[in-house]
Design a protein around this ligand. Structure first.
Ligand SMILES: [Fe+2]
Length: 283
């Protein structure tokens, strides 16, 4: 049984600016539903919903199960652990374009949805800027969230169906920053959590392109279009070649290629650096 990151809802003070960024800099594709602006990166109906709002942060994340039986079994496990699960209403299911699902809150109040039957789009994905993103069984990418209590966060996400991948611990001021990376399918991590600075729940979203050249081309586009863009680099744990760019909402997108996969036996490692090389912060 595996989960996949199916979609993210973002609350944005400037929906137009974020949409322009997603399409014009990252190679996403618009697919609005009524008044709701949405972006695609593959054959799914949508992956990012751009809700008008003042928070400039993540509003919800949806993880997809294989089928209704798995959804029910995960719900039973969570309820038995004392976690409140609430079925999604018909209007919510219609907006998300899913067959069934329920919602719950993570320890710091972020709305998480477990769903099945996330619909495919009517039209093929097309972008002039990219040949495509790596999604499928690995979901749309990963999200990195700020959490107050790391151990409590790990316990919660383990109950949800995640397993630890590894940790990175680095000095931060007089203290240290410890990041837990967690997987729920072959993608090295679909989620990372840490007590990160920035005041938002969402530190960054990672999307992975299929061609290495597209990381360099994406980097060039982000710089040319005036976005605050860090250097290209490679991480030691997921071995992703990537760069970070600040989105118009303040949180980042990581644009990567070549992420490591987890199959079978896995030892949880400890790292003391975030990058093997590069990832210089934007000036
Ligand atoms: Fe990342």
């Amino acid at each position: 049984m595996a989960l996949r990151l199916a979609y993210c809802g973002l609350g944005l003070s400037d929906v137009d600016a974020w949409s322009r960024f997603g399409i014009g800099a990252l190679g996403m594709m618009a697919d609005d539903r009524g008044d709701l602006r949405r972006l695609r990166i593959d054959d799914r109906a949508w992956r990012f919903a751009l809700h008008p709002g003042s928070e400039d942060d993540i509003r919800y994340a949806g993880f997809e199960c294989e089928d209704l039986a798995e959804l029910a079994s995960r719900r039973d496990t969570l309820v038995a652990a004392g976690i409140i699960c609430t079925d999604l209403e018909e209007a919510e299911r219609a907006e998300r374009q899913i067959e069934a699902g329920f919602r719950l809150c993570d320890p710091d109040g972020l709305r998480i949805e477990l769903v099945v039957g996330h619909e495919a789009a009517a039209a093929q994905f097309h972008s002039d800027l990219t040949q495509g993103f790596c999604t499928g069984d690995q979901g749309l990418g990963h999200i990195v969230l700020t959490i107050v209590d790391l151990d409590r966060g790990i316990q919660f996400y383990e109950k949800l169906g995640f397993a630890l991948s590894d940790f990175i611990t680095v000095p931060m001021g007089p203290a240290s920053l410890r990041i837990a990376f967690m997987h729920c399918n072959a993608r090295h991590h679909s989620l990372a959590i840490a007590a990160l600075p920035g005041g938002k729940r969402l530190n960054h979203i990672m999307v992975e392109v299929e061609q290495v050249d597209e990381v360099l081309l994406g980097h060039r586009r982000c710089v040319e279009q005036g976005y605050t863009t860090g250097g290209i680099g490679r991480h030691p744990n997921d071995q992703m070649l990537s760069f970070y760019v600040q989105t118009p909402a303040g949180f980042d997108v990581e644009y990567g290629w070549g992420g490591r996969e987890i199959h079978g036996e896995w030892d949880v490692a400890e790292y003391d650096h975030i990058s093997i090389w590069g990832h210089e912060r934007a000036a």
